[in-house]
Design a protein around this ligand. Structure first.
Ligand SMILES: Cc1cc2nc3c(=O)[nH]c(=O)nc-3n(C[C@H](O)[C@H](O)[C@H](O)COP(=O)(O)O)c2cc1C
Length: 392
C-alpha cells in the first residue's frame, strides 16, 4: 500500500516504490527474517503465525521476509518449533500466511535455512553436520528454546550429503514458489551451514571447498545455482554476513578482496539480490568507504537489502542515499512495532524495542504475554540481555 504523510515527505527515498525482478514493493522497507519458534513440533505453520505476518502487512511494510525455514527432514532444522518447507504438508501449511499477506497487497519472500553445526533442536534426527568436525564457539541461545550449554560436535558432511543438501535447497525453493511466495532468500549468513564453509575456522576441509575464498564460497554458489534453477521466474537472493549468532566479532580475513570475490561469484549464478546483515550496524568495513551491503552493491551490481540498526528513519534514509542499499531490512524495530512504516509516514514515534518482547523465549506466545502485561509496549523495568540486544 502506498503511504502518505509528513514522514514520507521527509524520507522520500525510504518511501519510494521499489522492484525486485518484477516484484513491486510500495516502499523500501523490509521486515527482516526473525525466527519465532512458534510452529508445531513437526514444523507445521499455525494460524497464530499467519495472524502475526498479516500484522506486518497491515503495518505498511514494502516486503516481508519469513523466518528461517528448514529444508529437509535430515540435519537442516536448528531450533525446536521451527517451521519447515521439506514436504507437501509443511508447504500447504504456509498457504494461509501467503494468502493473509497477499490480501493486504504486500509481497512476501521465504527465507530457507540449514543450521549446519548450530543445532539446538531437531525433531527428525540426532546429531549435526558441518564442513568439518569443529565444535561451534559459544553456547546455545536460550530464547530459541531447545538445548542449553555448548553445541554438540558435528560430523563432517560428505560430498554426497552436500549434493543432497543443495538439491533440498532447490526443492524447498520450488515448494515456496508453488505455494505463492513472491521470492526466496537463502540464509547464507550468521554462522549457519553455508557460512560455515565461508568461515576459516569452521572449514578445515582438504577438498576444493576450502582454501582461497573462491573455494570457500563454492558451496554458497552451488546452493544459489540450484535455487535459481528451481525458481527461474521469481526473485531469488542470499543473505550474507561477517558476524555469526555465536560469534559477533568475526571479520573476513581477506577484507575487501574477499568481498569482491564473494559478491561477484554469487552474482554469476544469476541471482537477483543480496541481503547483508550486520548486527552491529551499517558502518564502513575493511578501511573502505562502504558497509558490507555497499560493497555487495558495488561488486555485484545487484539490488541489496541493508540491515542492522536501521530503525531510525533518518539513518535508514541516509543509508539509501549513500548507496549502502536499495532496501532497508529491519528486525527488532519491526518486532517492537508492526506498524513502523505507517508510524514513520505519519510522523508518530514507533514503540521502541525492549528485550522483554522476546523473553524468556522469542515466541509469539511470549510476545503476546509481554503486550498483555505492558499495553504501552514500554515495561516498568527494562529487561537487559546482551545477546538479545545483538539479534540473531
Ligand atoms: C528474534 C530474532 C530472530 C531472528 N531470526 C533470524 C532468522 O531467522 N534469519 C536471519 O537471517 N536473521 C535472523 N535474525 C537477525 C535479524 O534478521 C537482523 O539481522 C538482526 O536482528 C539485526 O537487525 P536489527 O538491528 O534491525 O534488529 C533474528 C533476530 C531476532 C531479534
Amino acid at each position: 500500500m502506498t503511504l502518505s504523510g509528513p514522514g514520507v515527505d521527509t524520507h522520500p527515498t525510504l518511501f519510494s516504490p521499489g522492484t525486485l525482478r518484477g516484484v513491486a514493493t510500495a516502499n523500501r522497507t523490509v521486515v527482516s527474517p526473525m525466527t519465532r519458534t512458534s510452529a508445531t513440533e513437526e514444523g507445521i505453520v499455525t494460524q497464530q503465525m499467519a495472524d502475526y505476518y498479516a500484522r506486518y502487512a497491515r503495518g505498511g511494510w514494502g516486503l516481508i521476509m519469513t523466518e528461517g525455514t528448514y529444508i529437509d527432514f535430515m540435519y537442516s532444522q536448528g531450533y525446536t518449533f521451527q517451521p519447515g518447507m521439506a514436504d507437501e504438508a509443511q508447504q500447504e501449511s504456509w498457504r494461509k500466511v501467503v494468502d493473509a499477506v497477499h490480501a493486504e497487497g504486500v509481497p512476501i519472500f521465504m527465507q530457507i535455512f540449514h543450521c549446519g553445526a548450530i543445532n539446538q533442536g531437531n525433531y527428525w534426527v540426532e546429531g549435526s553436520i558441518a564442513p568439518s568436525v569443529v565444535q561451534p564457539k559459544g553456547e546455545q541461545i536460550p530464547r530459541y528454546r531447545g538445548g542449553a550449554g555448548g553445541f554438540q560436535v558435528p560430523k563432517e558432511i560428505s560430498r554426497d550429503e552436500m549434493a543432497e543438501v543443495v538439491a533440498c535447497f532447490g526443492a524447498a525453493a520450488r515448494r515456496a514458489s508453488e505455494v505463492g511466495f513472491d521470492g526466496v532468500e537463502v540464509h547464507g549468513a550468521n554462522g549457519y551451514l553455508p557460512d560455515q564453509f565461508l568461515t576459516v575456522h569452521t572449514n578445515l576441509r582438504d577438498d576444493e571447498y576450502n582454501g582461497p575464498i573462491e573455494n570457500r564460497v563454492r558451496f554458497h554458489c552451488d546452493v544459489m545455482q540450484a535455487v535459481r534453477d528451481a525458481v527461474p521466474d521469481k526473485p531469488v537472493g542470499v543473505r550474507i554476513s561477517q558476524t555469526k549468532v555465536n560469534d559477533f566479532d568475526y571479520v573476513w580475513p581477506g577484507g575487501d578482496d574477499d568481498a569482491k570475490v564473494v559478491f561477484s561469484k554469487l552474482a554469476e549464478t544469476g541471482i537477483d539480490f543480496f541481503d547483508c546483515s550486520a548486527h552491529l550496524g551499517v558502518t564502513p568495513v575493511f578501511g573502505t568507504e562502504h558497509s558490507l551491503s555497499g560493497l555487495a552493491r558495488k561488486y555485484s551490481g545487484l539490488p541489496v537489502m541493508a540491515n542492522g540498526k536501521l530503525q531510525d528513519p533518518d539513518v535508514a534514509e541516509q543509508a539509501l542515499l549513500d548507496g549502502e542499499g536499495d532496501f532497508v531490512s529491519i528486525a527488532k524495530g519491526a518486532l517492537a512495532d508492526y506498524s513502523w512504516p505507517r508510524k514513520i509516514a505519519a510522523n508518530e514515534a514507533p514503540v521502541p524495542f525492549n528485550p522483554g518482547m522476546i523473553m524468556p523465549y522469542a515466541t509469539l506466545d511470549c510476545n503476546e504475554a509481554f503486550w498483555a502485561e505492558n499495553p504501552s509496549g514500554i515495561p516498568k523495568a527494562a529487561v537487559v540481555a546482551r545477546d538479545v540486544a545483538e539479534g540473531a
